[in-house]
Design a protein around this ligand. Structure first.
Ligand SMILES: [Zn+2]
Length: 1054
């Protein structure tokens, strides 16, 4: 029984016309109340999350409280919260998608005791808006009315506190209904939660910032920015092509001047625009913030401007270098914001002196975000002085047209500036990575495996799975000391003479049920995060290092792919997918497997599994294993050759060897001639991923999770081609095959760095590989360019990637479908999967950025406080790999650092190198050519720097109070640097990178010890925090591969 009502919305367009929008609205006699006190749960259909029965009252926040104090309502201590639909809609309309999603997630999250009540659909709760009544008043009245109904619905058994910011409502309703109390939110916290200090402080901070904002808008005169156009006008304008929709991207190196709008959606197809749109200056950016979805109006052509090609400092002296900008490009102004993408920002307060100079209003402080792209934020606080040495999290509340800066409030302290832990916390917040320890509820879902209560294979599983324990020789090959083994291999001869190849992957989804607490947590994390010195696991260690880890000599559940191959041609005849039980016979390490492959059998003395065998069985078992490794390698060579013919790329950075110390830390990454056995393992994994991709796509053509790697844009290869030409090489970028071949040929025998740099440029020109749902793009777009495969996915690392967990569930559903059995798995629809893919892609980018930023942090800490004049480490050989108008970009192989070196300094002097090759600054000018740049002094001396020239650079650190420190490079000789110690010559970049991390970690630890922290507790905490454990080479390769694809290096002005 539904009642139809009409809901009328009156919207005013910016020309002043009124728009009448009518929406049909259906009322029901009952909607879920989700209270355990419900007298008729069946009628209410309370089948979702219920409020806790263990509370003294329910709390119903008014719409404004939900809008402004959501972060306090998120405190898990606050229980029994009922969010009214009216309040939720107000958040959606006023605060944008991000805030609304936060609210939705809160409602979904079983850990938070809160529910939604759809009051506007309940026939006794719904109140039509009265003539002349303001939206705000109506919302408050509706929520109060629903609160009263709810109280009576629960048979007056649970008092209700409605919290509101509306003084009149408190007056009017405060004691109108017995059992329903209306008070302010501040009052509520003071009375009910006086001990919840963090919530009270946060509340004060938000209140204060609001008060200041109100008083300011009263006294304000004149507007700093034009008003934004109303949403419906923007939408109509975008439809008609008058405005263009896109995402605002601020240029980090000239944040106050340059931002670009990347076209989005229909805009990019309808308009003739091929490039981004330049937004020049803060005024035309009109209060939009990096990441916001904006609507832009193009300016007339005569007002278009060009972007600058010069290197520049990360400060505000944009014009300091007197650079002429490049060709004018489409330039526009922001007329409105379609979606705000505000997040938590890490900021630094000004020093005491700076606060004093800010003058009159000492309580309103301008803080500087760590991210250059975010404008300064005005914070109201009395704690400015106490906070000045810390990195602090703030949120933006509003940005009025009358205010030069956005207003925000203080949220929490992260740690001291320049303190390792504080800076790491900063990197995490800036990448929106939250890594709290796994909760009790999550851990309760975990299986037990203790000496008293050992985990065992269950009889049901034994019945349902294919048992390979007695029939298959299964083994793993990993780096020494690896704990989380998620892949194993097998190969054997079948009765018909054919071969059977098997890849057996940890069965994580057996232990992680869909939508369980641990599943939701893993989905949120989406990946394991690897920072320079630590890692944060996606799953608890009971799974990642124990029950899911395919260790030697123990029974484990696996998901297997097994192929039947022709005995001579290795052609694939059949494939089988399914759940299995395995017992890995050997947990081999790479070097040992390679020795066996090479016929050096003495190595078996180092393989523990061979220790206690008698001579005869030792011999038999060894022969068996050697045969298997040899056969696998043979098959892998064959498969690889097939991919190579299709143009698979060998990317820079792949040739790495990992060495772990006894504590399972990565000790070395040694880029050596790779062992063939690495490639064997990698190739088998690629094969499994490829076949699983085919399988799940065939079974679920519109909702399978695959991974695509789109071909690169040809124009991105221009720089690569030009650079190669400078050395006389020609790079053919027409296809992945020609690119792979020509990169192989571009080898300067006298300088191996050249090939490395060209490969790294090639990887930078590539697009990112991305997860996607097959329902959302055409089949010819599925292609994986780098691997030269038509379909690809991630199946082989479910312990550290959530994508693989989804793929495992899809594979299980596909198997059920084949057997005509019901599909138990609750699969994602295309739309939901697409959203999940966006999330995972976004989290992977965050993982890459945080890894890179943490590495840069360590680099700076390594060079910090060193005297560049005396310390050997500060001088190094560098290779020029890009020419700019006022300087060059330099790669330092020894440390793997890339950075800018200026040829013109701040005083306008240019570099000059005398006969002894030492550099000096003199008056003069620079002239840039295609592949070189010449500096000529007024005295007539000149020096030219070419691409790939080796120079001697001095490395120093440019300290910054507000942002991360940065590495500075200065060319001090136009000759290669001769390393005094020949040992160093052979040390590789990656080796030194890891040495560098170790040294910084050590010195930080020492500094902490010096602060009289008790040594043993520190050690313990540190280890727990670090969570560093072994990882397999294959994973590492994949990471480096992924990282290389993203490597947004420190280039200025790019
Ligand atoms: Zn009910």
């Amino acid at each position: 029984m539904l009642q139809k009502r009409e809901k009328v919305l009156l919207l005013r367009t910016f020309r002043g016309r009124t728009l009448r929008i009518v929406r049909e609205h259906y009322l029901r006699p009952s909607v879920p109340c989700n209270s355990p006190l419900c007298p008729q749960p069946a009628t209410c259909r309370n089948d979702g999350k219920l409020l806790s029965s263990d509370v003294t009252h329910y709390i119903i926040p008014d719409w404004k409280v939900v809008q402004d104090y959501l972060e306090i309502l998120e405190f898990p201590e606050l229980k029994g919260i009922i969010f009214m639909q009216t309040a939720c809609q107000a958040v959606q309309h006023q605060r944008g998608r991000r805030q609304y999603n936060k609210l939705r997630n809160l409602l979904k999250d079983a850990r938070h005791d809160c529910v939604l009540f759809a009051n506007e659909f309940q026939q006794y709760c719904y109140l039509p808006r009265e003539r002349g009544e303001s939206m705000e008043k109506w919302q408050t009245r509706s929520i109060y009315n629903a609160a009263v109904w709810y109280y009576h619905h629960c048979q007056d058994r649970m008092p209700i506190v409605m919290v509101t910011e509306d003084e009149e409502a408190i007056q009017q309703y405060g004691s109108e209904t017995e059992g329903v109390f209306v008070i302010s939110f501040k009052n509520y916290l003071d009375n009910f939660w006086p001990d919840l200090k963090a919530a009270n402080e946060l509340c004060d901070s938000i209140l204060q910032s609001r008060r200041e904002r109100e008083s300011e808008s009263q006294e304000s005169h004149g507007k700093e920015y034009p008003e934004h156009l109303p949403l419906e006008v923007l939408e109509a304008g975008i439809k008609s092509g008058r405005y263009i929709q896109g995402i605002l991207n601020v240029n980090k190196h000239r944040a106050l001047m340059e931002a670009f709008v990347r076209l989005q959606g229909a805009s990019s197809k309808d308009s003739d625009l091929v490039s981004d749109i330049l937004i020049h200056g803060m005024k035309t950016r009109n209060r939009s913030i990096h990441g916001d979805v904006v609507a832009v109006e193009l300016l007339p052509k005569n007002e278009w401007k060009g972007r600058t090609a010069a290197l520049c400092e990360n400060d505000h002296e944009d014009k300091a270098l007197g650079e002429s900008p490049s060709e004018p490009m489409p330039t526009g102004r922001v007329v409105g914001i379609l979606q705000k993408n505000w997040r938590d920002y890490v900021v630094t307060f000004p020093s005491k002196e700076e606060v004093q100079s800010q003058g009159k209003n000492a309580q309103r402080i301008l803080v500087t975000p760590w991210d250059y792209r975010i404008p300064k934020i005005r914070i109201s606080t009395q704690q400015a002085e106490a906070l000045q040495d810390f990195r602090v999290v703030v949120r933006i509340d509003s940005w009025e047209p009358t205010s030069v800066y956005p207003n925000g409030h203080f949220v929490r302290v992260l740690g001291r500036i320049r303190d390792l832990e504080g800076e790491i916390a900063t990197i995490l917040v800036e990448n929106s990575i939250s890594v709290v320890p796994f909760s009790e509820a999550q851990m309760c879902e975990m299986p037990v495996n203790t000496p008293e209560n050992p985990w065992k294979v269950s009889p049901e599983e034994e019945r349902d799975r294919k048992d390979l324990r007695k029939t298959h020789l299964v083994f793993s090959i990993d780096p020494k000391g690896c704990e989380d083994v998620d892949d194993t291999l097998s190969v054997r001869t079948l009765r018909n003479g054919n071969l059977e190849l098997g890849v057996h992957i940890a069965d994580v989804t057996h232990f992680v049920a869909p939508n369980s607490y641990i599943d939701i947590e893993a989905r949120t994390r989406a990946t394991t995060y690897y920072l320079a010195d630590r890692r944060y696991d996606m799953l608890p260690s009971i799974l990642s290092a124990d029950l899911c880890s395919l260790l030697g000599g123990v029974d484990r559940y696996a998901v297997s792919v097994m192929w039947e191959l022709d005995k001579t041609s290795y052609e694939i005849k059949k494939v089988w997918y399914g759940r299995t039980i395995i017992r890995s016979a050997y947990k081999l390490f790479y070097e040992a497997a390679q020795e066996l492959l090479d016929g050096n059998f003495n190595v078996i003395d180092n393989i523990p599994e061979f220790k206690d065998l008698d001579e005869k069985s030792r011999q038999t078992k060894m022969e068996e294993l050697v045969w298997a490794i040899g056969k696998l390698t043979d098959i892998a060579r064959h498969v690889r050759a097939k991919r190579d013919r299709c143009g698979a790329l060998e990317l820079e950075g792949v040739e790495v060897r990992v060495q772990l110390d006894e504590k399972k830390n990565i000790r070395d990454l040694i880029p050596k001639q790779p062992l063939e056995v690495h490639e064997t393992v990698a190739e088998c994994m690629i094969l499994a991923n490829h076949w699983v991709a085919k399988k799940i796509w065939e079974s679920f053509p519109h909702q399978a999770l695959l991974r695509q790697h789109p071909p690169p844009h040809q124009e991105f290869f221009t720089e690569l081609r030009e650079c190669a030409k400078a050395k006389g090489f020609s790079i053919d970028t027409r296809s992945n095959k020609t690119l792979a071949d020509s990169l192989d040929n571009a080898n300067d025998p006298s300088d191996p760095i050249v090939n490395k740099l060209l490969r790294s440029m090639a990887t930078q020109a590539m697009s990112n590989a991305m997860y996607f749902s097959t329902g959302s793009c055409a089949e010819d777009e599925f292609h994986h360019y780098g691997l030269a495969l038509d379909k690809y996915t991630h199946f082989t690392s479910p312990i550290r990637r959530y994508s693989d967990i989804i793929v495992h569930r899809l594979l299980m559903a596909a198997i059920s479908k084949d057997k005509k059995m019901g599909i138990k798995e609750n699969l994602f629809s295309n739309k939901d999967l697409e959203e999940l893919c966006r999330h995972i892609n976004n989290r992977n980018r965050a993982a890459q950025h945080s890894q890179k930023q943490s590495m840069e942090l360590f680099q700076c800490m390594y060079f910090n406080d060193r005297d560049p004049e005396t310390e050997e480490r500060c001088l190094s050989d560098g290779v020029i790999y890009s020419i700019r108008t006022n300087g060059v970009l330099v790669f330092i192989p020894r440390f793997g650092i890339k950075g800018a070196a200026y040829l013109k300094n701040k005083d306008g002097l240019v570099i000059s190198c005398g006969p002894d090759s030492r550099s000096e600054w003199k008056p003069g000018s620079l002239q840039r050519f295609q592949n070189k740049i010449t500096s000529t002094t007024t005295g007539g001396d000149s020096v030219t720097f070419h691409l790939f020239d080796h120079v001697t650079v001095k490395i120093s650190v440019q300290a910054s109070r507000y942002h991360s420190d940065t590495i500075r490079l200065e060319i001090i000789r136009n000759q290669p640097y001769m390393i005094p110690d020949t040992e160093l010559c052979h040390q590789s970049a990656l080796l030194l990178k890891s040495e560098l991390v170790k040294e910084v970690t050590r010195s930080v630890e020492e500094a902490q010890l010096a602060q009289e922290v008790r040594a043993d507790t520190l050690q313990e905490e540190y280890q727990e925090y670090c969570q560093t454990k072994g990882r397999s080479l294959y994973k590492l390769l994949e990471e480096i591969r992924d990282l290389a694809l993203l490597d947004v290096s420190n280039h200025c002005g790019m």
